[in-house]
Write a protein that binds this ligand. Structure first.
Ligand code: 26W
Length: 805
């Protein structure tokens, strides 16, 4: 039997096999011969969860006894993906599990493939929260993640004749294996009603109530040293089923309270850049924020009786403005419910709270109509006015207010109620100071700090890229897994051919795997030695998937015109979801699919160019694509991508970046070296200037025949003969408006791509540059980012579970 020892708890594959069988039998009530794949998957998950719980309790106990400060990460989104492989790897039980399943006549890969993604997020913000939870555990920082247990996560994307179609996501269809239902942890939350004055005290008389019930998922660290809790709230009715109504035959009405209450945690809003201002969204934001603050105060008051100690015991991070109602709610809990003076309540709350901004896009900055805030949360609206007034008093000339044009600006409110505000890349943080928060920065010059994003190396290198990880561990040992900057130690080995050969082999085999998968899943035949050029992220104009597509069309035409010109074969891979209400983005999706169909059917260019748009992009698909990529497309209009995190995952996995000086691209290029990065395009300042040039798009089109040609083809319906005018919206926007400067950056982008063609032709040089990207990207670990938050924002210490001795 295969054994693995963690902290002395020897787990043999025989142990695991027995544990799997026990859970199948007694938890799932299934006989082995009757069990389906998903039964075995849940049984294995429960067997692993058993081991996680021991570490979890030990961590909780240690945190409780140490009286240490806890970190609370409040996020509307946690884009977790799958947890089975992650848990196995972090517990070091992969081999044992593989052997146990083989003994049971099962295949580990089939079991892993059966797990649905927990898609409780839209994109970057949600995935960052998931990486941060794993790193908080790995660095041993006592923490809770708080969010919503959506019944339906991010929609499933299907293509029907190339158009995006959304289908409800249903991860809870099967029993979720990792969570524990906490019926004993439930809070009554209120909405609406009015506020009366009673002896100088404000009293809120709400008219509606709902219950928030907790579901806990343990988040295990690397090597199972520590485990934290992800507590997700689910909405329940205060009063359940209305029997009287049922008996009166009003069946639907009888079920209404239940259905109405559950609406709050029913589904994730699929927008990731445009706030819809929907009442239900505000209800969701208050629901999880208020439940979390109640839970935080309950835990604090169980251990302390002096409220003034709260800022030393609780660091509450607001993941963007979505939980920003935490400011007024915390003041209400301290002042209205616990009698603290209002000013002191504001100061105490601010000392606990800190806020991360993830976007400068005006349409993404939440602004709630005052009348809606007043109707839904009348007491909070009063407190927001008090907070704003208190902020104004301290500022001689009243420049900044959280209230404007009858709206509550949640960014300003979060800033006012936070002791630290951070951006997510160096460039983004500077732009926060010079644009959206310029006034507030002038008033509070030391409040804004930078914390450049990071990604967890356990999921994004160790798990996703076994071949590369094995090579790294063989070369420098396993320390890199939780000390990623050790990757630098690889560089001395770049001299010996052996290392670079194995490095190239890992990439080659990953690409072969992906080619086979594309053949079976997409019925698309690609050349596994071609340059795998990958752009995977949410579809958005500022991310400029359409600029990539214009270059693809121009390249196709150039190859068709001169097929024997010694082209570097390319496979263009796209993946990403468009927000259902984002018409332009959905047109880009349709256009990419229609262009792909035409290009892939072209026998002349087939050996040199293939295009694939993979449906239903999610965490699991990213884990499959990133290790096989040669080129990482990070081509956003400079000043628009706050950071990016895909860029970091690609660099760590040895893909070279073609990118603008935007977000964390700037820091990636600084660390890997400008000679190992394909830079192009305008800087953020040049973008601002260029936008002032009248007719900047027409000028650029005039100056570049390839661009003009590609636009003309689209405009004439070359890719939509059934509806030639289908994309006039796209071509019209680009030719006359082009706010994201696709046309003005096109020529530089084209030239960068041709430089890349030439560079890729020299595989040894290319692989060396790729290996340098891996070796010099260790700083982009989310462990480093979390340690930055602990030191600069939370003032929190790491703990260790005391050894068995
Ligand atoms: C209100 C609708 C809404 C929902 C989500 C968001 C997110 C802030 C959008 C988002 O995911 N931003 C991304 O956050 C990443 C993590 O910091 C960054 O790396 C990306 O650059 C940023 O676009 C904005 C607006």
């Amino acid at each position: 039997p295969v054994a693995s020892a963690l902290e002395g708890d020897l787990v043999t594959s025989a142990d695991l096999r027995d544990s799997i069988l026990r859970h199948l039998t007694y938890d799932l009530g299934k006989e082995p011969e009757m069990a389906e794949i998903h039964d075995w998957r849940i049984a294995l998950s429960l067997a692993l969860r058993e081991r996680i719980v021991d570490h979890w309790f030990a961590s909780m106990r240690t945190a409780r006894h140490s009286g240490a400060k806890r970190v609370y990460y409040l996020s509307m989104e946690f884009l977790i993906g799958r947890l089975l492989e992650d848990s196995m790897v972090n517990l070091g039980l992969e081999e044992a599990a593989d052997r146990a399943l083989t003994d049971l006549g099962l295949n580990l890969q089939d079991i892993l493939a059966d797990e649905p993604d927990a898609a409780l997020g839209n994109g970057g913000l949600g995935r960052l929260a998931a990486c941060f939870m794993e790193s908080l555990a790995t660095v041993g920082c006592p923490a809770f993640g708080y969010g919503i247990r959506y019944e339906h996560g991010l929609f499933k994307q299907r293509f029907v004749q190339g158009r995006q179609v959304e289908e409800p996501e249903d991860w809870l269809q099967q029993r979720p294996a990792w969570e524990f239902e906490r019926s004993d942890i439930a809070f009554k939350l209120c909405f609406g009603g009015e506020v009366s004055e009673d002896g100088g005290k404000a009293v809120w008389h709400p008219e509606e109530a709902v219950v928030a019930k907790a579901y806990d998922t343990p988040i295990i660290s690397w090597q199972g040293r520590w485990a934290n809790t992800l507590r997700l709230w689910s909405a329940r009715p205060l009063h359940g089923f209305d029997l009287e109504r049922f008996n009166r035959g009003e069946f639907a009405a009888a079920a209404e309270p239940e259905a109405l209450a559950r609406t709050i945690s029913r589904v994730l809003y699929p927008d990731d850049t445009t706030e819809q201002g929907k009442e239900l969204r505000l209800k969701q934001e208050f629901f999880f924020t208020a439940a979390s603050l109640r839970d935080i105060l309950r835990r604090f008051e169980a251990e302390h009786d002096n409220l003034r100690l709260l800022p030393q015991k609780a660091a509450i991070q607001l993941n963007d403005t979505h939980p920003a109602i935490a400011g007024p709610e915390m003041v209400r809990l301290l002042h209205d419910e616990r009698g603290m003076e209002l000013d002191e309540a504001i100061v105490t709350a601010r000392a606990c709270l800190s806020y991360t901004n993830h976007t400068l896009m005006p349409e993404a900055l939440e602004r709630w109509p005052e009348h809606l805030m007043h109707r839904l949360l009348p007491r909070h609206m009063q407190l927001i006015e008090r907070i704003d007034a208190a902020h104004a008093v301290k500022q001689p000339t009243r420049q900044v207010s959280a209230l404007e044009h009858g709206e509550v600006k949640m960014g300003e409110l979060a800033f006012m109620m936070a002791h630290k505000v951070n951006g997510v890349s160096a460039l983004h943080t500077e732009l926060m100071k010079s644009t959206v928060f310029a006034e507030l920065h002038r008033l509070h010059p030391d409040r804004i700090v930078n914390q450049t994003n990071g990604v967890t190396p356990r999921r994004w290198v160790l798990s996703a890229n076994r071949r590369l990880s094995a090579l790294i561990t063989d070369t420098i040992g396993e320390g890199w897994v939780d000390d990623l900057e050790q990757l630098e130690q690889l560089e001395p080995y770049f001299g010996d051919a052996g290392f670079l050969d194995r490095y190239a082999a890992a990439k080659r085999e990953n690409k072969a795997d992906l080619s086979n998968w594309l053949a079976t899943e997409m019925d698309l035949k690609v050349d596994p030695t071609a340059l795998f050029d990958v752009q995977i992220k949410r579809i958005h104009e500022y991310k400029r998937q359409h600029m990539n597509l214009l270059e693809t069309i121009a390249l196709w035409k150039e190859i068709a015109a001169n097929p024997d010109a010694g082209w570097t074969p390319r496979v263009k891979i796209f993946a990403g979801k468009a927000a259902p209400g984002y018409v332009f983005a959905k047109e880009i999706v349709h256009l990419i699919n229609e262009v792909a169909a035409v290009i892939n059917a072209d026998p002349v260019t087939a050996p040199y160019l293939k295009v694939a748009f993979l449906p239903n992009y999610n965490v699991t698909l990213a884990e499959r694509l990133i290790p096989a990529a040669d080129l990482s497309e990070q081509i956003s209009t400079a000043g628009k991508e706050a950071s990016g995190t895909g860029n970091m995952k690609f660099a760590l996995n040895g893909a070279l970046t073609v990118g603008t000086l935007d977000g964390a691209n700037v820091e990636i290029r600084e660390r890997v070296g400008e000679e190992n990065f394909f830079l192009f395009g305008m800087t953020a300042d040049e973008v601002i200037a260029r936008r002032e040039v009248p007719g900047h798009a027409a000028q650029a089109i005039e100056a570049d025949a390839r661009l003009a040609g590609a636009l003309a083809d689209i405009g004439e319906g070359r890719f939509s003969p059934d509806d030639p005018g289908r994309y006039h919206g796209v071509t019209g926007n680009l030719s006359h408006h082009d706010y994201f400067l696709v046309c003005s950056d096109f020529t530089a982008y084209w030239e960068a791509q041709r430089r890349i063609d030439a560079a890729f032709a020299d595989q040894n040089a290319w692989m060396r540059m790729a290996a340098i990207n891996t070796a010099r990207s260790g700083w982009f670990s989310s462990d480093r980012a979390i340690r930055g938050y602990m030191a600069d924002i939370w003032n929190a210490e790491a703990l260790e579970v005391p050894g068995p001795g």
